[in-house]
Design a protein around this ligand. Structure first.
Ligand code: PLP
Length: 380
């Protein structure tokens, strides 16, 4: 079986991740931050280590500014709903995932003004284009770092610069980039960084996080037990407790920590280089096949390890079904929760067949996929 659906979630994970989760569950699976006994303290300490690893990865000074969530969607909801109020204006792009667009559209109904800047046919947005839409009441710019449809890498450093100059908050959706691309929240002027734990960071599903810049106060979207300040009925306003309500996914977070350790050990630049080479190899192979249309920048330096294609006019679900049934190649067809991105590149009706690579994919697998597509293209 060849797994090319790493954009949805990475698989497999490093063995260290499986081991860490198993040990956390079997050896010290207590509730952190609640009781004061040895097991609870150990769980709390190991969770803190993951916070520290994330802080190191994203150049965050204080690990307590990293909030654990259950996925990138929850992180984006917390950031977007925590900061925007009626009368505020927010700018985003047409390449966003529904986890950005749906919270924004729901806030639009409550009086938040929304501008969606259209990307070009390769999914690219220029920072200057975003700047054109800034108004007096613009409070937030939110964009994805890497498109989950075309892989296009967005100019987040330039957008961050503009946001800082204009005093606008900047939220980055790092769903497709965290763990593969360098992200430095200070250099890039990122005020909030939403990331999943289960994609490039190689942790298990059910993990994610949000970095919130020191001094930035968001409304919390959940209230409840935190194990701290239990004598008061309001949500405590210390970080991360204000936003981490209820029992955390301790074993998952510890597995995420093991994923990050793996990345740091292998080297984020080595992982990126490997994925760039796979992307290049795949694009080169596909461009020789008649009937295959490839979307996006078609350049591994301008895109993440995501390559979306179609074969003739064939429905993308049909192609994915054949790849799975006949060749054991696992990909994702359809709209990828990004309807406006599909409208931007003109694939809203047909969808696309998305191949997304991870650190454990190989060049042999790429060759097998190219051959499979060659055979399918002859039939349709
Ligand atoms: C660009 C982008 N943003 C957000 C998400 C949502 O991530 P999660 O599934 O962790 O909620 C995804 C998931 O594929 C994505 O690709």
């Amino acid at each position: 079986m060849i797994y090319f659906d790493n954009g949805a979630t990475t698989f497999p994970k490093p063995n260290e991740v499986y081991d860490a989760i198993m040990t956390a569950m079997k050896d010290y699976g207590a509730n952190p931050g609640r009781s004061g006994h040895k097991l609870a303290i150990r769980m709390g300490r190991e969770i803190y280590e993951t916070r520290e690893l994330l802080a190191k990865l994203f150049n965050v000074d204080n690990p307590m500014n990293i909030i654990f969530t259950s996925n990138c969607t929850e992180s984006l909801n917390l950031a977007i709903k925590g900061i925007l109020n009626k009368g505020d204006h927010v700018i985003t792009s047409s390449m966003e995932h529904n986890s950005v667009l749906r919270p924004l559209v729901s806030l639009e109904k409550e009086g938040v003004e929304l501008t969606i800047v259209k990307a070009n046919h390769m999914g690219k947005i220029e920072a200057d284009e975003i700047a054109k839409y800034i108004k007096d009441n613009t409070k937030l710019i939110v964009i994805t770092h890497v498109s989950n449809l075309t892989g296009t890498i967005m100019p987040i450093e330039e957008v961050g610069k503009i946001a800082k100059e204009k005093g606008i908050y900047f939220l980055v959706d790092a769903a497709q980039s965290a763990g593969v691309y360098d992200i430095d929240v200070k250099r890039m002027n990122i005020d909030m960084l939403a990331f999943p734990g289960h994609k490039g960071l190689l942790g298990p599903q059910g993990t994610g996080g949000l970095y919130i810049r020191e001094g930035l106060s968001l409304k919390e979207i959940k209230q409840g037990g935190t194990g701290s300040f239990s004598h008061i009925l309001e949500q405590p306003d210390i970080y991360p407790d204000r936003y981490e309500t209820g029992t955390l996914n301790g074993p998952g977070i510890i597995g995420l920590g093991a994923g990050i350790k793996y990345i740091l050990h292998r080297g984020i630049e080595n992982i990126r280089k490997h994925e760039e080479e796979l992307t290049k190899h795949f694009i080169e192979g596909l461009s020789k096949i008649d009937k295959v249309k490839i979307y996006g920048p078609l350049n591994e330096k301008e895109q993440g390890a995501v390559v979306s294609i179609n074969i003739g006019d064939e429905d993308s679900s049909e192609i994915s079904f054949i790849l799975d049934e006949r060749y054991n190649i696992e990909v994702r067809p359809g709209l990828h929760c990004a309807p406006l991105a599909h409208k931007t590149i003109g694939t809203f009706e047909q969808g696309v067949v998305r191949f997304s690579f991870g650190p454990f994919n190989t060049h042999d697998e790429i060759d097998m996929a190219i051959n499979a597509i060659k055979e399918i293209a002859k039939e349709v």
